[in-house]
Design a protein around this ligand. Structure first.
Ligand SMILES: [Zn+2]
Ligand SMILES: [Zn+2]
Length: 229
């Protein structure tokens, strides 16, 4: 039976591809399209902390900077895919049209990797209220909630609060100003939390989320998981 690829709209046969890969994404998108997504887990050389693709070094420039701010306490991130053009386009399409098929493709692309992660709490990073209002839903949480049960404890701090901070330069403000507040939920102090986000860019938002959670007294392990790096 022929299937229609949700990305290129070409017809493809389920049987052959299913025999080859036996994975859900091959029933949604064709093999040619699937190959455009570069699975980071298959790369040999990557940053030991954030999984950025590297040529030789073991720690990327972003994480070197974090090592200075958080000595011996770098966030351990698992990223699924290289943030290449295909992934960028799919994220853009999803954010613009909120289409169910993009969401389904993301779920299929990350499901097996995310299911390997056993944590007590899964916390999605909230997008700015302005953005989620425009989109009528939190796009990131919608993807992840189809795989795990998210715990909503973080609130985005409005941008205006930053700007009131006077003459600090932009770089300094980016590093020091908190982006999130965490509600004091009844967690067991020593459980494990996995932060979830779409793209790991510099790691700033994830580090800020971790700071916010620790600020309310959480002493357990906090790691992160992103669709792309
Ligand atoms: Zn295709
Ligand atoms: Zn890194």
């Amino acid at each position: 039976m022929g299937l229609t690829c949700l990305l290129c709209q070409n017809q493809f046969k389920e049987l052959n591809l299913y025999q080859l890969f036996r994975q859900k994404q091959q029933r949604l998108i064709c093999y040619d399209c699937y190959q455009q997504f570069e699975n980071i887990q298959k790369n040999t050389t990557r940053c030991q902390f954030c999984q950025k693709k590297l040529v030789a070094e073991a720690v990327c420039n972003d994480c070197r900077r974090w090592q200075i701010i958080y000595p011996n306490d770098c966030l351990k991130n698992t990223a699924c895919y290289q943030y290449n053009l295909e992934l960028k386009n799919l994220i853009r399409r999803y954010k613009r049209y909120h289409d169910a098929s993009s969401c389904e493709i993301f779920v299929a692309l990350i499901e097996s990797e995310l299911k390997k992660k056993q944590y007590d709490y899964y916390v999605c990073l909230p997008s700015s209220p302005k953005h989620s209002q425009e989109r009528q839903f939190d796009h990131i949480e919608l993807i992840f909630s189809k795989i795990i049960k998210p715990t909503s404890i973080l609130t985005y701090v409005e941008q205006q609060h930053y700007q009131a901070q006077g003459e600090k330069n932009r770089q300094e403000r980016l590093l020091t100003t908190q982006m999130f507040t965490c509600q004091d939920f009844k967690f067991d102090k020593y459980t494990r939390i996995l932060l979830l986000d779409d793209i790991y860019t510099t790691g700033r938002t994830l580090y800020h989320a971790r700071d916010a959670i620790r600020k309310v007294g959480f002493l357990g392990q906090i790691d992160s998981f992103t669709i792309a790096r």
